[in-house]
Design a protein around this ligand. Structure first.
Ligand code: SAM
Length: 343
């Protein structure tokens, strides 16, 4: 039996779960996951009742029933992060949640999403833990999660610059900055274009949730690598749902070949919110039409990115030089949640 099917069956052996809860546990391509669930359903190994999937009698005969007792539950207090937020961060989170509620509507055109505010604050806490916040110049390449605001609310960084193609984000960040007296510089910039020279080698750290196609990933990482100084660091979100492990290997090689070490890979560090707005939510859920049963409505977060931290070993390079253009193909055959794939 293949690994995806095995993981699904043993997870259901523990207890019945919705399609969305199983998806949240999945570590493989969304397309492969949908196929595995459909196959198990068609083979009569799993059944659906009132939005919950469970094992059939036949499936139970195939499994080692003792395995359910050894199931590894996610740590509830830190949600798998390995540390907790301090009291000061908890206070900051309250303010940040209020601010991020006003976030401009997300646009599929720029492949925007939004990480839950808790996980954005966890990212700041992790960056701080690793010495990448206090008195540092920090660059955010794409900022639909408003990490710039969460960072600025600590009052710890020296300089925060945001690059984003979407000028609405710039207007929003500016409005919030005026109200809360924060200092954030916004630059309307498309990573496909050469970098403005004044940003080259000016930063200590960058953070990004890049486009995940080959060209998209390369462009975001190239700009980050060009902008950080020797010894600087990068925080990169990458999903397993829309990037196969073959391409993960390619991306890891690109990182290593350019003079960086990968210091951390923290699975599912950042969970994406389902927007409160129905039409925004549904545009990323076209893939459910391929299911042979009704998965019901998601009542859980199901889309997450893994956080990869990299550090320059000194003489790092960028995979594309700062003054060169990059041709970006933003959607490919693994972009399963993008509406364009179904047009
Ligand atoms: C690429 S999107 C997030 C993608 C993420 N991996 C996901 O699956 O949801 C992150 C941010 O990058 C911005 N962005 C998208 N394309 C861009 C481009 N070509 N240049 C600069 N920023 C871009 C978006 O506006 C957004 O704020």
């Amino acid at each position: 039996m293949n690994r995806i099917k095995q993981v699904i069956l043993y997870s259901l052996l523990r207890k019945p779960k919705s399609f969305w809860e199983l998806l949240a546990e999945n570590q493989y391509l969304l397309g492969d996951f949908v196929k595995a669930v459909n196959d198990l359903y068609e083979e009569g190994l799993i059944k659906e009742h009132k939005g919950k999937l469970s094992l059939s009698k036949d499936a139970k005969k195939l499994l080692n029933v003792n395995a359910a007792k050894f199931y590894a539950e996610k740590c509830k207090c830190c949600n798998g992060k390995g540390f907790v937020l301090s009291e000061e961060f908890q206070k900051l989170l309250k303010t940040f949640k209020r601010i991020s509620k006003q976030h401009p509507p997300i646009l599929a055109e720029f492949y925007q999403g939004k990480i839950i505010p808790e996980d954005t604050v966890f990212r700041v806490a992790l960056m701080h833990k690793y010495g990448d916040v206090v008195d540092k110049n920090i660059l955010l390449i794409g900022d639909d999660d408003l990490l710039s605001i969460a960072l600025a609310l600590t009052n710890l960084p020296k300089r925060i610059v945001v690059f984003d193609i979407d000028k609405r984000l710039g207007e929003f960040i500016e409005k919030v900055s005026r109200k809360y007296k924060l200092e954030i510089e916004f630059v309307e910039y498309d990573v496909a274009n050469p970098l403005p020279k004044e940003f080259v080698k000016k930063f200590d750290a960058f953070s990004t949730e890049p486009l995940e196609t080959d060209t998209g990933f390369k462009a975001f990482i190239a700009r980050g690598a060009s902008c950080i100084k020797a010894g600087g660091s990068g925080y990169i979100g990458l999903t397993a749902l829309e990037v196969s492990f073959k391409r993960w290997a390619k991306f890891q090689k690109m990182i290593l070949d350019n003079g960086f070490v990968i210091t951390d890979i923290i699975r599912n560090f950042s969970w994406y919110c389902d927007s409160e707005r129905e039409e925004e939510r549904e545009q990323y859920q076209e893939f459910v039409k391929a299911l042979n049963f009704n998965p019901g409505k998601p009542r859980t977060w199901w889309y997450a990115s893994t956080l990869i931290r990299i550090e320059s070993l000194g003489k790092h390079k960028a995979p594309v030089k700062w003054n060169k253009k990059i041709k970006i193909i933003p959607v490919d055959e693994e972009s399963f949640t993008h509406p364009e794939l179904y047009e």
